[in-house]
Design a protein around this ligand. Sequence first.
Ligand SMILES: [Zn+2]
Length: 376
Amino acid sequence: MRNKDVDRKSDILRDAVIDELYDYQIDKVEMMVRDMQELNKASCISYPSACPKCGSNSPRWIKGGFTGSGKQLIRCADCNARSTVDHGQLTWYSHQDESKWNTLIADTFDEKPIAHTAADINVNPKTVFRMRHKLLVFMEPLAESLILSRPAELDETFVSESHKGYASEIRSSHKRGGSARIQGISDDLVCLTTGVERQQGTSYIHAYNMGRPKSKEVEPFFKDHVKPGTYMWVDGERCFPALLSQYNCDYHTIKSNTNPDQVNHLNNVNSWHKRIKDLYEYYRGVATVYINRYATLFSLKQKYIGCDIQEIVLKVRKSLRKISQYFFIKDLQTKHIFDECTVMAHREYCKQHSAKPVIPLQNSESINIADMALTF
Ligand SMILES: [Zn+2]
């Protein structure tokens, strides 16, 4: 117990409770309560800056009742139309309350499986799947603004293609977590191009292609996420030197047959790859069509490294308040409007293989893969 001779007051705990706790325990409880208060404040949606109905840029908002799920409705004084206070934001059209969304964000960053979150917030796993993917789509703009501007390590890693959640007719399925059909780097593998600034700086990862990267495919990485003139350490990948020269970046190539020293190494990027692969294995793969949504998560996890989970939720909620996106939830699964690059690469892959179907049907009819690729 704490020394009762030293007077201690708390605006959160009663005196009788304070007497029964140690000082560090009182500090811990106070900190937890303050974090929660701050988080709840950050989760409060501010009124939209423009009216979504009439487009007025300086609307005067009048409170206009509540929706059936308890969400605040606001009325624009100019056009008299009502809209919800979270119009176009993460929680728009969601019946789940703010605390469930906060738990979902925490569990997503904590690498909890969907079933775990579903049990945690008492919501159907299908709803949690949609909430998770809505969150990942909303976070994409946060990762898109990441730019490597300090000395960085550049490398690529490969994960096996996954058709998790839907059956593919262009190749036979392998057991979850199983290896690719072809040994070595082939078009069966998804290539994740990765850049990591040293000393826990900015990191960015994105999938642009299947198999070995080509200059044209990975150019957006250099164009949008590398500041011209940034010094880079690269592995022996053939397409990187030309692109680095194009963007005026000096570089040092670390060949596989040379021993890395204290300065010239790829330890940071390799350790990140290891963490990603462990997570990928833990998830039993991520459907390739969604790989860039998870790449966003990997990049942001790296950005918030060193923060505790409450801080991460707070930072994410604050950042997401500035983001409005409009799409149908059903499109999260049926249309891959957010993932164009990977989908294009996959379609290309389907086309290339259309001349020689991988799986013969039992009645020996061939599959028209070209048709199937369009519906992908
Ligand atoms: Zn209006």
